[in-house]
Design a protein around this ligand. Structure first.
Ligand SMILES: Cc1ncc(COP(=O)(O)O)c(C=O)c1O
Length: 504
């Protein structure tokens, strides 16, 4: 099957679509030669499609890029299961050498049910229950990432009761501000995660020089909690220091600065207590493209940069720490595409004399909350038939941080190239006017009920953040690969929802 330029070049560019996405000669969008229409026919609509070959390749590349950048330093990568979880995906990333990062009993139990040994699992969370801590300790988790000053004692008590020694890290808020939306940026002071590196009011310029940095860090809350952990050594093994600075980060220098600050903390702990933390975990957050105009982070060169920081700032005489990473989105987002059936198509006249066509689909904010939650941008293409103007449509999906007006203007400019498109907004079927999936996109002017729309880059934080708003059952997840397609997670039914409603 020959592929038209648009989808295949987007796929080749590396990130918006899975590599298997192509247009057939008849104009059908396909994955591994299986058309979107066939997938909906077989598994129903709407549908999350996940290319498991793409996930495998991304996990493999991540692991090998880390190893080759850090050469003599041990590297570890864990898949952040909050981005997407199913037993099959957990198995795939584990087979590719990744650990699995969990942050609730549900995620832990799915990972364990997939057959991953506890020694390959990590537990995170700012409010872990005793039951979650116990499950992690009993299963010998690789690490439990402590998130607040009271946690060392809680975990130590549970470890003692269980007759085990728990491996722990401390999550430190290093004060590097990175990431897209405020809600996905996690290393500024005024938020719920981690323990601060510096005492409140301490000037972060102290961190610029090694001598002043060590003094400032020695007075900070993070060092004090690390000391608490060391005082509980019978029950806790301190395996490292953790930092996660945010998500959808484009700038490698944010990771470099976080790494430098954590190395300074490690050095301070060595000076004060003679303890050398064996590992530094730099968390996740590697950006992906959601629009053709977006760039995804170049992971290989980011690692090379961070490796340079390690080489530059590691103190002579102190053995190098192992370094670990927790990618979620960059492993799974571009492997996922959501397919929807088009329903109502409604042209709405705007006050500036233009028209916007509201294209309603059979899903919406219940299967993808990111636009409503983070103001996230997506794009969409017609999947079930040829569209002569498609490359214009794809090129026109240019919007990153710009205003609606800019997005509309650039979309309009592209559309001048084709009389066959209309300015559209793809909306869901929920009772909220903010139920928008794609804010501005040029779609074929003859778009109609029954057409299929494909929204790329929905593999991360789509299904895992899905809800039953308006009592809409969550869609199925179908896996596609070179071996064909199969059901990964079945569609919920209204019967499932009714079965939860147990009062008479
Ligand atoms: C502690 C931690 N690690 C890793 C991740 C994964 O981030 P991403 O999916 O952006 O790579 C997150 C996301 O919130 C996180 O909180």
């Amino acid at each position: 099957m020959a592929a038209t330029a648009s989808v295949s070049s987007a796929a080749a560019a590396g990130s918006l679509w899975p590599r298997s996405a192509a247009r057939s000669d008849e104009g059908q969008l396909e994955f591994h030669g299986i058309s979107a229409a066939e997938l909906l026919e077989k598994y129903g609509s709407p549908l999350y499609v996940l290319d498991t070959d793409e996930v495998r390749m991304r996990a493999r590349n991540f692991v090998s890029d880390a190893q080759s950048a850090f050469r003599n330093i041990t590297t570890k990568a864990s898949f952040a299961a909050k981005a997407f979880i199913s037993k099959e995906i957990v198995r795939i990333v584990s087979e590719e050498g990744m650990y699995v990062d969990t942050c609730s009993a549900g995620e832990m139990r799915i990972a364990l049910a997939a057959g991953v040994p506890g020694r390959r699992l990590i537990l995170h969370g700012n409010n872990k229950s005793d039951e979650e801590i116990r499950l992690a300790v009993e299963n010998d988790f690789a690490k439990i990432v402590l998130d607040s000053p009271d946690e060392p004692r809680r975990v130590a008590r549970i470890a003692r009761e269980t007759g085990k020694r728990a491996r722990v890290m401390l999550r430190v808020t290093v004060g590097v501000h990175a990431g897209g939306h405020e809600y996905i940026s996690t290393s500024h002071e005024d938020q719920k995660f981690g323990v601060a590196l510096l005492a409140a009011g301490e000037d972060s310029s102290a961190l610029e020089k090694s001598e002043t940095a060590v003094k400032a860090i020695a007075k900070g809350p993070a060092l004090s909690v690390l000391k608490d952990i060391l005082s509980l050594q019978d029950d806790l093994e301190l395996v490292g220091i953790h930092s996660h600075i945010g998500s959808q980060i484009h700038d490698a220098s944010a990771f470099n600065e976080a790494a430098r600050r954590i190395l300074l903390l490690r050095e301070t702990l060595y000076f004060t207590d003679g303890f050398t933390a064996p590992e530094i975990d730099l968390g996740g957050g590697y950006s992906v493209a959601y629009l053709d105009s977006d760039e995804s982070m170049n992971i290989k060169s980011t690692f090379e940069d961070i490796a340079g920081t390690f080489a530059k700032f590691s103190r002579e005489g102190l053995p190098s720490p192992a370094v670990s990473f927790e990618p979620g989105r960059s492993i799974i987002a571009p492997a996922g595409v959501t397919l929807y059936k088009v329903g109502t198509v409604k042209p709405v006249a705007l006050s500036d004399g233009t028209t916007r066509v509201y294209v309603s689909v059979d899903g919406g904010m219940s299967d993808n909350i990111r636009p409503a939650l983070y103001d996230a941008d997506y794009t969409a293409v017609l999947a079930n038939r040829a569209n002569a103007a498609e490359s214009d449509v794809i090129e026109s999906n240019v919007r990153r941080d710009d205003s609606d007006e800019n997005a509309q203007a650039s979309a309009e400019k592209s559309a001048e190239k084709s009389a066959e498109t209309c300015l559209a907004r793809v909306v869901g079927m929920h009772c909220e006017s903010g139920d928008i999936i794609v804010k501005n996109v040029y779609l074929p002017a003859d778009i109609k009920r029954g057409d299929i729309l494909a929204v790329p880059a929905t593999g991360a934080y789509g299904r895992t953040m899905a809800s039953n708003y308006n009592q809409v059952p969550r869609p199925a997840v179908a896996a596609v690969s070179s071996e064909g397609s199969h059901l990964m997670i079945r569609r919920e039914t209204v019967e499932d929802l009714l079965s939860l409603d147990v009062s008479q």
